[in-house]
Design a protein around this ligand. Structure first.
Ligand code: ATP
Ligand code: MG
Length: 490
């Protein structure tokens, strides 16, 4: 590293310091490995000193962008100047580098001495403090700026900032987990919390919505893997659930679909876990968030798994989850994903009894789930050419934001909803029956489908496209369509 390289001091989570020496060394080694991976594209050197890590780099700004995303770093400080460890040089350095920083503000000077006996820390604090008096005003209790002097044997480091790191423990100190990733806000945030406690994560996605849905979920996995998983290489496993859902829809009453679907997902996830070596499943449920997330239903769902099911968000409010999603960078990606569900608008059971659900599941054909598991697809979210063929990542090609002139408009809602309101001229074909019937429709027309929220219609439009139809879904569903109706008629 050249003389012009900058120094950044990294502090590990206080928790790490409480560990037995062997464990602490192990954790620190993993943290160093992860940092090297995170910083592999920029020149850098890493060393340990007095329980801290010292990073030298010629690309300070890029390093400062990456560091807050490495788990196990609790805070870090970019060093502003390195000077000789002598009183005069330190006071001079403080005056030169901090006069403008403290101007018009209050400040305190703190000096920490590592080993050297030459100068007293109190004296340095007093004299360096005096050098700034005038431009700034001393306040030892609650200063706006704390100027810090870290006095080493052969150098003194001057800095004032203490930035927050990601906290948690170095990724990789725990075993491996498998996160059920849906494309919604919650499961991506749940994955982040497990990673933050040091568990390596892979992702499993049960695909209900075709290639568009898959591409959207792959983008979320890529964000988590690329920005947060430094030091590990998460995999994305995709299980095609189309046939599973169809069997479910044909064989069981609608109020059971959601719960049974989750149980089938857990079974698929366990098969993936056996292959990936995961020791636990992770999901994004928060108690009472939606009617399927009652204690009773969680118990029924849990009974389908033999591995522990970890739910790091169980006590979180929706607001806390979306705030966190913004901070970790998954919000914008998840926001675009429509709620692909089991093609029902019927509310799920709130109270489910495991025995009753188990009996009902007897109507399903187990070979269908097994086949879905057997044709599992494993992907590397960071591979450049990854993604199902011909998918425009963001659902382009599936959604429209306007009803085009001359299009045949299909209302996919249940008949009662259609009777309450529908787009002028729209034909009613409820989602449940539509999938069985569209094959017989004229294929020379352009179709626009809409449903309550825009998700079911997207699933169906995509299947129609695959069957050769020109079909798209109206983005945002009925609420947005009503607004557009008002604009175009009014
Ligand atoms: P999310 O925001 O993660 O979608 P949610 O609050 O919408 O969660 P549900 O849709 O009931 O809740 O799903 C609960 C959990 O089940 C999800 O957090 C996720 O871990 C898992 N899950 C749901 N759908 C899928 C799917 N298609 N593939 C894999 N896992 C899923
Ligand atoms: Mg969801």
């Amino acid at each position: 590293m050249t003389a012009e390289s900058d120094l950044i001091i990294l502090r590990q989570a206080p928790e790490i310091h409480l560990k037995a020496p062997g464990t602490r060394r192990h954790f620190t080694r993993i943290l160093q490995r992860n940092l090297r991976r995170a910083l592999e594209d920029i020149p850098h050197r890493l060393a340990t000193a007095q329980g801290r890590l010292l990073l030298r780099t010629t690309e300070r700004e890029r390093a400062l962008e990456i560091l807050p995303r490495v788990f196990g770093v609790s805070t870090f400080s970019p060093v502003v100047a390195e000077v000789e460890p002598e009183l005069e040089a330190i006071v001079d350095g403080v005056r030169r580098h901090f006069t403008e920083v403290v101007r018009g503000r209050t400040y305190a000077v703190r000096c920490k001495r590592q080993g050297t006996k030459r100068v007293s820390a109190t004296r340095i604090e007093r004299e360096a403090g005096a050098a700034l008096n005038g431009p700034g005003k001393v306040n030892l209790d609650a200063p706006d700026v704390t100027v810090r002097i870290d006095l080493q044997e052969d150098r003194a480091w001057l800095f004032s900032e203490r930035r927050r790191g990601a906290g948690g423990l170095p990724l990789g100190v725990q075993g491996r987990t498998l996160v059920l990733l849906s494309g919604g806000f919650d499961s991506a945030v749940a994955a982040w919390y497990l990673m933050r406690r040091g568990a390596a994560t892979d992702f499993v996605f049960c695909n209900l919505g075709g290639p568009t849905h898959e591409a959207m979920v792959a983008a979320i996995a890529r964000r988590l893997a690329g920005d947060w998983a430094h030091g590990t290489r998460p995999r994305l496993y995709v299980v095609d659930f189309e046939a599973v859902v169809e069997d479910l829809r044909a064989s069981l009453p609608g109020d059971m679909w959601q719960i049974v679907l989750k149980r089938l997902m857990y079974r698929a996830a366990e098969a993936v876990a056996a292959r990936s070596g995961a020791e636990a499943l992770v999901t994004g449920e928060a108690l009472s968030q939606v009617s399927s997330q009652t204690l009773s239903n969680l118990q029924t769902i849990d009974a389908a798994a033999t591995l522990p099911v970890l739910r790091p968000l169980i006590g979180f409010d929706k607001q806390e989850i979306t705030d966190r999603a913004r901070a970790i960078g998954t919000f914008e990606l998840c926001e675009r994903v429509p709620e692909f569900c089991a093609l029902t608008e019927q509310p799920p059971l709130v109270e489910s009894r495991t025995s009753r659900i188990e009996r009902a599941e007897g109507a399903l054909d187990p070979a269908i789930l097994q086949q879905a598991i057997d044709s599992l697809c494993e992907r590397d979210p960071l591979a450049a050419d990854d993604g199902p063929d011909g998918v425009a990542g963001e659902g382009e090609g599936i959604f429209v934001d306007r009803i085009p002139e001359g299009a045949t408009v299909i209302d996919c809602q249940p008949p009662e909803a259609y009777r309450r309101w529908h787009w002028p001229g729209a034909e009613n074909h409820p989602a449940d029956t539509l999938l069985q019937t569209f094959a017989d429709w004229p294929s020379d027309r352009e179709y626009v489908l809409y449903c309550q929220r825009g998700s079911n219609s997207a699933v169906i439009a995509e299947r129609m496209q695959r069957a050769g139809f020109r079909a798209r879904a109206f983005r945002g569903g009925v609420d947005r369509l009503k607004k557009q109706g008002r604009i175009s008629t009014g």
